[in-house]
Write a protein that binds this ligand. Structure first.
Ligand SMILES: C[S@@+](CC[C@H](N)C(=O)[O-])C[C@H]1O[C@@H](n2cnc3c(N)ncnc32)[C@H](O)[C@@H]1O
Length: 328
């Protein structure tokens, strides 16, 4: 089921079968300025609320009294979580019993998102906070330069989940002379700190999509946390790095993005892995697709369609995180 879907991810997620997806990776955008143009939601404690949080306390979500006219981090924070929550609840619903969610975020937002994800998945289903460390771009001189992203790993079940450690790439020992030649040559398995360079601005991997993440990071996740033939879902897909990692490792992909530019990049990037290209509809139909096969093939096709935009969706197409390393 290799598919690229153009549209709001909340609608797409709502259409997926519960318990059907073994692996989800997402890298959502966050942009304070753009968030303020959306209605901000806030979570309020309410014994009658429809959500259960820590210690069994119940909460409801309501529209914040002040929205577009306000400025400031707090207001944006409330809106950001309000945008993410229904999507993460859907992600939890569609994950298969042994499935994993990887949530890519930055150090400013990670703590708030961790608390929210703990509430949705249960703290016992939090497995790791992976630190992706890189070193590129301008260096702050008034504080330590922030040169890492955070990737939170949650599983659907606290103890039973896919973890094929033997499938990981191996990394060099820091002190190879201390471990002997044989071990040094083989390398070691990674920890929860992943040193990996950003996508080179001039390298072959670069697609031109500003927030593209490195294939090496996604390939490690795909290999270790899914099995051949599994479906991998990315509903903030951007340039389709998750799809590329899935295809290169014999997995299937479902990629969703609301930005037409992202869809165009993905179509081009993934064409080599698939026998069929998606076509653009000439009229602004809700469903704009379905490509004719280039030649007869038994392989599956990419299908691109437009999904109606969900009310209250947070980002404008292409809205990107200001601190994304690939933009520095
Ligand atoms: C940070 S980028 C993802 C980059 C991706 N990981 C890569 O390697 O290229 C986030 C993407 O989420 C998309 N997006 C934002 N809100 C969305 C929504 N409600 N539905 C679908 N896609 C959305 C944006 O268009 C953007 O392409």
């Amino acid at each position: 089921m290799n598919r690229i879907v153009h549209g709001d991810n909340l609608e797409v997620l709502r259409g997926l079968t519960a318990g059907s997806v073994p692996l989800i990776y997402i890298d959502p955008p966050f942009n304070t300025g753009k968030r303020q143009s959306r209605p901000a939601m806030k979570t309020v404690q309410d014994p009658e609320g429809d959500r259960v949080g820590f210690g069994g306390k119940r909460y409801r979500t309501e529209l914040a009294a002040h929205t577009a006219s306000t400025t400031g981090y707090g207001d944006s924070f409330a809106d950001y979580l309000g945008f993410l929550r229904p999507r993460l609840e859907e992600a939890h619903r569609v994950l298969s019993p042994y499935g994993s969610l990887f949530f890519h975020i930055d150090p400013r937002e990670v703590h708030y998102c961790k608390v929210m994800l703990d509430g949705i998945f249960g703290r016992e289903c939090f497995q790791n906070e992976i630190i992706w460390a890189y070193d590129y771009g301008a260096r702050a001189s008034k504080k330590w330069p922030a040169k890492h992203d955070n990737i939170l790993w949650y599983t659907r079940h606290p103890e039973h989940y896919t973890f094929n450690l033997e499938a990981t790439d191996r990394i060099p020992y820091m002190a190879p002379t201390l471990v002997g030649a044989r071990k040094a040559a083989r390398g070691k398995t990674p920890t929860d700190v992943w040193w990996h360079t950003i996508v080179s601005p001039t390298g072959k991997e670069k697609t031109g999509y500003a927030t593209q993440k490195p294939l090496g990071i996604l390939e490690r996740i795909v290999r270790v946390h899914s099995n051949p033939g599994d479906l991998v879902l990315d509903f903030f897909a951007g340039s389709g790095t998750t799809g590329a990692a899935a295809a290169r490792n014999g997995r299937e992909f479902l990629l969703v993005d609301e930005n037409p530019a992202a869809v165009a990049v993905m179509e081009q990037r993934l064409a080599a892995h698939l026998p069929v290209r998606a076509e653009k509809s000439r009229k602004p139909a809700r469903k704009r697709v379905v490509a004719a096969p280039k030649k007869k093939s038994t392989r599956k096709s990419i299908v691109v369609k437009t999904v109606a935009k969900t009310r209250g969706s947070r980002t404008k197409p292409g809205a990107l995180p200001p601190t994304d390393p690939t933009t520095t």
